[in-house]
Design a protein around this ligand. Sequence first.
Ligand SMILES: C[S@@+](CC[C@H](N)C(=O)[O-])C[C@H]1O[C@@H](n2cnc3c(N)ncnc32)[C@H](O)[C@@H]1O
Length: 228
Amino acid sequence: MIEIQRLPFWPAVRLPYRLARASVQLTVDRALGVQTTLLRNELDTSLDQPADFIHGPVGWTTLWRIFRWLAPTEGDVLYDVGSGNGRPLLVAGRFPFRRLVGIELAKRMHEEAEANLARCRLRGKAPVELINGDALTQPIPDGTSIVFFANPFDGIIFDRFIAHLLADLDQRPRRLRFVYYNPREHAKLEATGRFRLVHRFAGLRPTENWSRMMTTHFYEVLPRPTAD
Ligand SMILES: C[S@@+](CC[C@H](N)C(=O)[O-])C[C@H]1O[C@@H](n2cnc3c(N)ncnc32)[C@H](O)[C@@H]1O
């Protein structure tokens, strides 16, 4: 792939492209009466994350594609891990879930999510619960059938969360799907032998790294293999 950022015109194109994209996101915000468009690091804890770990929201159209592909039903419970200021839950609310649960560590983001859900012009179809807490210690919500994971963390924290999720599935066997946006730790999921990649949306961006950040993986989480 041509590394477009090495081409001479790239610095001139990059900023206008980003501004154009942000203005689309802001237009949707305005139409819905919410404020979800930002690019700032809200993680106000001492968690060990790379310095370039940006806590930006997933694009409106990407979210719409994701939930449309998932085709949830009234039996499904969504668990949005690192729910930010609520954009994915606003989109998921247009689909027929039984329940939506979002967990967010940063208090300010959690409060913004509460405000966004309260003032959104489009009413959601399913009840939403917002938790201000740590996904590593919070029990997995009852009946969770889809985990939405827009790369809130990686590294050792990721390992611990996946162990927590698998322990819950082993205790309460059920169908479980895992949606992973910007799948930095795909290799780790594969190595568990428990995550089967069933579909992916490729990120369409001019550079390899940027495309990977915009990619979404859909996994089926498999039951623990029996001993015999
Ligand atoms: C990339 S943002 C995603 C925001 C949201 N999913 C969206 O698309 O609008 C990741 C969020 O995960 C939160 N987060 C990081 N570690 C967390 C943890 N251990 N438990 C809960 N939330 C966490 C961050 O505070 C941040 O708001």
